[in-house]
Design a protein around this ligand. Structure first.
Ligand SMILES: [Zn+2]
Length: 307
């Protein structure tokens, strides 16, 4: 069967790279292939392991767990507050409704609520059953399922898709849904890997952390994302590249393992390696220093309704 780009459906592509799941060892030593679309420039996984969700998202998958607050995470939280505060200030009106797609137990909605007192309704859409009770306890509404199945007449002023769009089989359908759900004055925020980054080109054939293999199914560039939403009623309002420390970290751990300097196994996959914290800190610093000179491996795209 010919391989089809998940973003634009073109069947013209070239082999781009391969990887295994070093982070969780969910699929053992199995290798997954990634292809670069010759039409739009996105990179996609093929075949898509769509029928193995419960394997590739194991019980210990990090977004299913409540975040514990390390020093680095506290810094990150303060940066997030600034970032989201700026965006919320752009939204007019006395009341703001917020939707977090893939938001788990709603930790980000807690943060958003604390930033702007106009936030009067918050809802999570997620297929993690265990997160629902905690989200509801913190005052968020919850739809247990995929965004594609979520039906409502409600419009949202602020929609969050942080590290979500690269995980779905039909990203354009999800963005069409976002277009439907967004209010006229609203903003949607996407955070997703940028495959047009130096580290992606260097490590694509061996192990690039940005694959988050095999859970990242489409890796976009700024341009390929823009072309995917071209005929939808939404458009780019703001854009920025942001640091991709976790990708560097897992790439580094891959090489340390390859060179026999550390051991990573099913018993202790890379996500639990004790070097994670320090590597994340170092690489975040590196990416921030180099950001004026080149594109880093994650991006924030803010969208509004098009006129
Ligand atoms: Zn494409």
């Amino acid at each position: 069967m010919s391989k089809e780009c998940l973003a634009c459906k073109s069947q013209k592509n070239v082999h781009w790279g391969k990887a295994t799941d070093l982070e969780y060892y969910s699929t053992g030593e199995e290798e997954f292939d990634f292809y670069k679309c010759s039409n739009c420039g996105s990179v996609f996984i093929d075949p898509v392991p769509e029928d193995r969700l419960s394997i590739i998202y194991p019980e210990n998958y990090y977004s299913f767990k409540p975040h514990n607050e390390s020093f680095v995470q506290k810094i990150k939280k303060n940066l997030d507050k600034k970032f989201f505060g700026k965006l919320l200030n752009k939204i007019e009106g006395d009341k703001i409704s917020v939707l977090d797609i893939g938001g788990g137990s709603g930790w980000l909605l807690d943060l958003v609520k604390g930033i702007d007192s106009r936030v009067d309704y918050t809802c999570v859409v997620d297929f993690d059953e265990k997160a629902e009770s905690e989200a509801r306890k913190n005052g968020h509404d919850y739809f247990n399922g995929r965004i594609e199945e979520y039906e409502t007449d409600k419009k949202y002023d602020f929609i969050l898709l942080l590290n979500l769009i690269e995980h779905v089989a039909d990203p354009k359908a999800v963005m069409a849904k976002v277009g439907d759900l967004l209010s006229d004055q609203g903003l949607a925020v996407i955070k997703t890997p940028n495959v047009d980054a130096m580290d992606a080109y260097i490590f694509k054939g061996k192990y690039w952390g940005g694959y988050h293999c095999p859970r990242h199914w489409t890796l976009f560039t700024r341009e390929s994302f823009a072309s995917m939403i071209e005929d939808l009623p939404i458009e780019e309002e703001n854009f920025s590249y942001t640091q991709g420390a976790p990708f560097w970290t897992f790439t580094t751990l891959f090489y340390l393992k390859k060179w026999g300097l550390i051991s990573i196994s099913k018993e202790r996959p890379a996500v639990y390696h004790p070097l994670n914290g320090i590597l994340n800190g170092l690489w975040a610093g590196f990416d921030i220093l180099r950001s004026p000179f080149g594109k880093t491996s994650q991006m924030f795209i803010t969208l509004k309704k098009s006129n």
